[in-house]
Design a protein around this ligand. Structure first.
Ligand code: TRP
Length: 332
């Protein structure tokens, strides 16, 4: 075991990953993977809304792993863990829930908004319980830092509270984990309406081919008040410029486009063409690495098997300690 501080973070395996995942979280994971000991979790216990579609989940486990490898996460230095290969998560979640007032879970703003609009008959208990499972994920390797998308922060706040309660009752056991969000915590979708997501069909996927990226960019929502290229345009709140800011490293080009856009001296087509070029330059090496791993599925499986084995070893240690602290070892 190393003495580096630890990261635990994760993603639900419901499909491949998009630019919003990258700007909101993955970018931080990449930046921090050498500095911290990292546990990257494929959170398949959290797919209770896909309970009747496990084929999608099975496929997505590999899609997520390929996207991780594609962006450059390194399974030699970090642990790629499949959550259900570490069933200790269930045990810790249940034990933590002893000390979690129902009201605290009911007040969790992210959970609240996710439950809204679905009847109590339409939601399952596992969905309601997922923030507790997430707290168990984070506390299991005694993580210090949790780089995530913005919507996950209430879960980290709850995890901190659970760690404090456990420590107060049973002695210092868990570090209080900090949350961290990316440069662009909520990247808008291609339609400019909401955050990028699969269900809204407004995403650019990390694995999209160059032609697809171009087509999607050219049909992006832009400044609706602008009818001609000579009309002064709005840069702020314009998704095309948000993506330029997030993914075009040529700051001088972006500044020049913004200035001309505001003055009515550049058309949307040029701004979009330059964005498509920047995105494709960004995605090229990701696509290349991803394809190389996709051609060697055994290596991907090996990474997941080894990471899960290490996650399990760590979990066994934590649970031994937790049971001892809680005095659950009745026969000892
Ligand atoms: N709930 C997270 C999401 O939907 C995924 C997740 C599961 C997670 N376990 C986690 C994130 C632990 C951070 C830490 O994106």
């Amino acid at each position: 075991m190393t003495d580096r501080k630890r990261i635990l973070t994760g993603i639900r395996p419901t499909g491949a990953l998009h630019l919003g995942h990258y700007a909101g979280a993955l970018e931080n994971w990449l930046r921090l993977q050498k500095e911290y000991e990292c546990y990257f979790l494929i959170a398949d216990y959290q797919v209770s809304d896909y309970a009747d579609d496990i084929d999608t989940v099975r496929e997505a486990v590999f899609e997520v792993a390929l996207d991780w490898l594609g962006v450059g996460l390194d399974p030699e230095g970090s642990h790629f863990v499949i959550e259900s290969m570490v069933p200790e998560h269930c045990e810790l979640a249940l034990l933590l829930s002893w000390y979690l007032p129902l009201g605290m879970l009911q007040r969790n703003p992210t959970l609240k908004s996710e439950l809204q609009g679905v009847s109590d008959e339409g939601n399952n208990v596992a969905f309601f319980f997922y923030p507790v499972m997430q707290a168990a994920n984070i506390l299991m390797p005694m993580a210090h830092l949790v780089p995530v998308g913005e919507d996950q922060l209430p879960h980290i706040e709850m995890t901190r509270e659970l760690a404090r309660r456990f420590n107060r009752r049973f002695g210092e056991t868990f570090p209080e984990p900090e949350g961290m969000v990316g440069r662009f915590p909520r990247l808008v979708g291609l339609d400019g309406q909401a955050k990028m997501s699969k269900s809204l069909d407004n995403a650019i996927w990390l694995k999209d081919d160059p032609e697809t990226v171009k087509r999607k960019v050219m049909s992006m929502y832009t400044d609706p008040t602008r009818l001609r290229a000579t009309d002064p345009g709005h840069v702020e709140g314009n998704p095309v410029f948000m993506y330029h800011d997030a993914f075009n490293p040529d700051v001088a080009e972006v500044d020049d486009l913004k200035e001309r856009y505001r003055a009515g001296r550049v058309g949307d087509v040029e701004v979009k063409q330059k964005l498509a070029a920047a995105l494709n330059a960004f995605l090229d090496p990701i696509r290349e690495r991803r394809a190389a791993f996709a051609a060697k599925p055994e290596r991907v499986k090996e990474a997941l098997a080894e990471g899960s084995r290490q996650g399990k070893a760590r979990a066994e240690q934590t649970m031994a300690l937790v049971r001892e602290r809680m005095r659950l070892e009745y026969l000892k």
